[in-house]
Design a protein around this ligand. Sequence first.
Ligand SMILES: [Zn+2]
Length: 257
Amino acid sequence: MDFRLLPSTFGADGSASDKQHLACIVVNDEIAIDAGSLAMAADDKLRSRIRNIVLTHAHLDHIAGLPLFVDDLYASLISPIKVYAIQEVIDVLERDVFNWSVFPRFSELSIGSGPAVEYRAIKPGEEFRICELTFRSFPADHKVPSTGYLISDGQSTVAITGDTATLNGLHDLFTASKDLKALLVECAFPDELAEIARSSHHMTPATLARQLEALKPGCPIYVCNIKPSYRDRVVAQLEALAIDHLEIMAVGKTYSW
Ligand SMILES: [Zn+2]
């Protein structure tokens, strides 16, 4: 499986920056996990292929690109865009985003063969298949209802936490996964902002280190969802901790697992 974190910010020369304002990871160029920068960073190939979007939660940095992505494609769609999420996330999208005031309700707009957007409500722990891949959701520990996912092609499994304050609940899943190739985990704030991290249900390098010590994931760890204003400090603190097999997930790079 190929995983790529799409860019969401730009440097002074206009090229993509490694700072991450928005969350969107594309799998095999055909499935998006979160849609933060999907409309802004997807090239024509991704625009033509991605019709399945899996959401971890409804915070803006994870959904900002969803309305614009659907809007871009609406007139040319021949099949619906399927959005997979827990019911609480779908409810927020319909009530607060696709509510005709902020943006059109594409789940009620027809493309001839059906609505432009179809929701698939998933339950924590539920398994579902998209494009030959199996997704299994697990509850994350965030300020709002959130899920992470185990994604498997039958040979490799990759775990994505989304935003979370802990890795609680992953132990049994990881023990059962013999082919775990990577854990993609958040680390939003530096240690000096531990109180903000705690109250907003995010991690700092120190809390991530403690969580990993307890979980012992047994696979390489890739850190993403670092708040852009604190990226340099978070990276320096993670480097100082020298956690085995941990690296920062590079923006725009394709990882094959
Ligand atoms: Zn969040």
